[in-house]
Ligand binder design. Structure first.
Ligand code: ADP
Length: 247
């Protein structure tokens, strides 16, 4: 990928819930073309960061830009259309819909721009089946999401996100609750999709996965970044160890 180009960037992003400062003037820049990870102890503001940059909650102050375009006040669908896709920690799929219908439904929520782009590469159904195949769950196309394993549901959610052909994909705990075999597949998939030009920002607690798939790691503590760098540096950073051990 092209490193040096900015993907998602925030300047002074701040969000308080009552007396709790979830984001404390967080200034972060994720580069295009990388697998970026966002790590930090529970309550350090990672989910709030994702929610702010995807337009799901409004920051109290600060700015967000994507590829140098301001997206601070944009609605979630507009941010998705600009090329930023995301998955959720608690996996958003429709339990009583088949896998195929879930992927089609996800595609519809991101609207005309993605449909226009998709139209050049065959019908929506072909593309949906294509993503299910790519993610190794095509045999479950007609199975209701509720009858799939947790890991399979996460892959299904990702298939839906990929339908809008996002340049940047935010993954919220992709490994959480997923069995080890599927974990390897998710890791390999992220690297493959990245090699094809997609940028990732991944919130993840599984350090083995983070260290093995990331190019760049940003560490949050108390609502702001305290360290960043490649896995080799982050692994031995004293501030990181301190944040996790509560020193
Ligand atoms: P992380 O994802 O790193 O675990 P969060 O962004 O979920 O951190 O939370 C950061 C802080 O903000 C925590 O203290 C959390 O309790 C608080 N918080 C997050 N969302 C809300 C909310 N909707 N209402 C009140 N407090 C919240």
């Amino acid at each position: 990928g092209t490193t040096g180009v900015r993907s998602l960037e925030t300047v002074g992003l701040t969000k308080a819930f009552g007396g709790v400062l979830a984001l404390d003037a967080a200034t972060v820049a994720f580069q295009h073309g990388r697998v970026n990870a966002l790590i930090g102890p529970n309550g350090s503001g990672k989910t709030t960061f994702f929610n702010c940059v995807t337009g799901m909650i409004r920051p109290d102050s600060g700015r967000t830009s994507y590829r140098d375009r301001d997206i601070t006040r944009k609605a979630p669908h507009a941010i998705a259309r600009a090329g930023v896709g995301r998955t959720f920690q608690l996996c958003r799929v429709f339990p009583r819909m088949s896998a195929l219908d879930n992927v089609l439904a996800a595609a519809r929520t991101t609207g005309p721009w993605s449909q226009l782009r998709g139209a050049r590469r065959g019908t929506e159904v072909d593309r949906a089946r294509g993503w299910l195949t790519r993610l190794g769950i095509e045999h479950l196309a007609d199975v209701e999401a509720r009858n799939m394993s947790w890991g399979q549901q996460k892959l299904l959610e990702l298939a839906g996100v990929l339908m809008s052909d996002p340049d940047t994909v935010l993954l919220d705990e992709p490994a959480g609750g997923v069995n080890p075999a599927l974990l390897d597949r998710i890791g390999a998939l992220v690297r493959e999709l990245n090699a094809e030009g997609r940028t990732f920002v991944i919130v993840e607690h599984n350090m083995e996965l983070v260290m093995s798939i990331s190019d760049h790691i940003v560490v949050f503590d108390r609502g702001r970044p305290i360290a960043e760098g490649p896995p080799s540096v982050i692994r031995s950073d004293e501030r990181v160890l301190g944040a996790y051990l509560g020193v």
